[in-house]
Ligand binder design. Sequence first.
Ligand SMILES: C[S@@+](CC[C@H](N)C(=O)[O-])C[C@H]1O[C@@H](n2cnc3c(N)ncnc32)[C@H](O)[C@@H]1O
Length: 343
Amino acid sequence: MQWSKEEEEAARKKVEENSAVRVLLEEQVKYESEASKYWDTFYKIHKNKFFKDRNWLLREFPEILPVGQKTEEKVKELSWNHVKVHAANCFSRMHCPTMPEEKNHYRESSGSSDGQNKAGSDFSNLDSKEHRKGPLKTELFPGSNATFRILEVGCGAGNSVFPILNTLQNAPEFFLYCCDFASGAVELVKSHASYRAAQCCAFVHDVCDDGLPYPFPDGILDVILLVFVLSSIHPDRMQGVVNRLSKLLKPGGMLLFRDYGRYDKTQLRFKRGHCLSENFYVRGDGTRAYFFTKGEVHDMFCKAGLNEKQNLVDRRLQVNRKKKVKMHRVWVQGKFQKPLPFT
Ligand SMILES: C[S@@+](CC[C@H](N)C(=O)[O-])C[C@H]1O[C@@H](n2cnc3c(N)ncnc32)[C@H](O)[C@@H]1O
């Protein structure tokens, strides 16, 4: 749904108002250095009751779905250790059919960049050590026998993990890694009745610490899911996170992104005194949220060496008839592919 000029102007004014007062720098440093503690407390309080299962996930991101029977033989041929040799036929492509037609005419899907600066104090150089090595491709590691591997970053209590695992339970070639820096969230995932270690490995991991090894080698993932997680990371650190994640993808692998968009109702509802930097806010519980434009999303993933396959703004109108209020939900959704070496 397109916004009228008046609606857009009203949203811009609200943001100008709620950003006028910034959180003190020493408090900002605390929100950054103790970010995992705030999220851990969040999961201690809410357990797995806060976020709804992401049942839209497989509809929006069919790239996650298992290959059909007829391509199964081909998939087996293309196990990870053959990827380099057979890169031009990379099996990820079979999981990445031509993008479906946009279902909602009100989505804006041009890839143009409005390249806004994400202002704020410089946290970008914290922890940027050489990354320590995870297992080698020739070693055994969780999921080493799989031929299709997904990593969900910032999995929380598993609201995406379990819809995926339930759908793919009869696809033994598939393996799901999921990580979160809140150990309480990872515990919730591991203790869930549908958690199966044969097809899933949940681990505690801070994606901002690029010195931390992953429990699998670089260059072996078919899909990385970034769903409402990058928004909770400091804007100065986002590019480093995306660069590191891009190294985990195999050629042809897809990074699937969905997160808050600029002027979403969540952004407009922040009161003065919660703004950390431009379009970046802290909630009362210490967790943070950034609101993206599709231009920023385009720039960030393309700078990490990925090719844009989809980048759209999904706007929906929510009407509360009782309170007679209209609110806009705004999300940005993107699909970015690691190039094949010979194309
Ligand atoms: C808004 S929640 C979304 C959870 C889940 N992706 C979903 O859609 O239900 C954001 C999640 O990102 C995690 N997170 C934030 N920063 C992180 C980081 N640097 N490394 C790993 N996880 C992080 C938080 O702990 C939290 O679980």
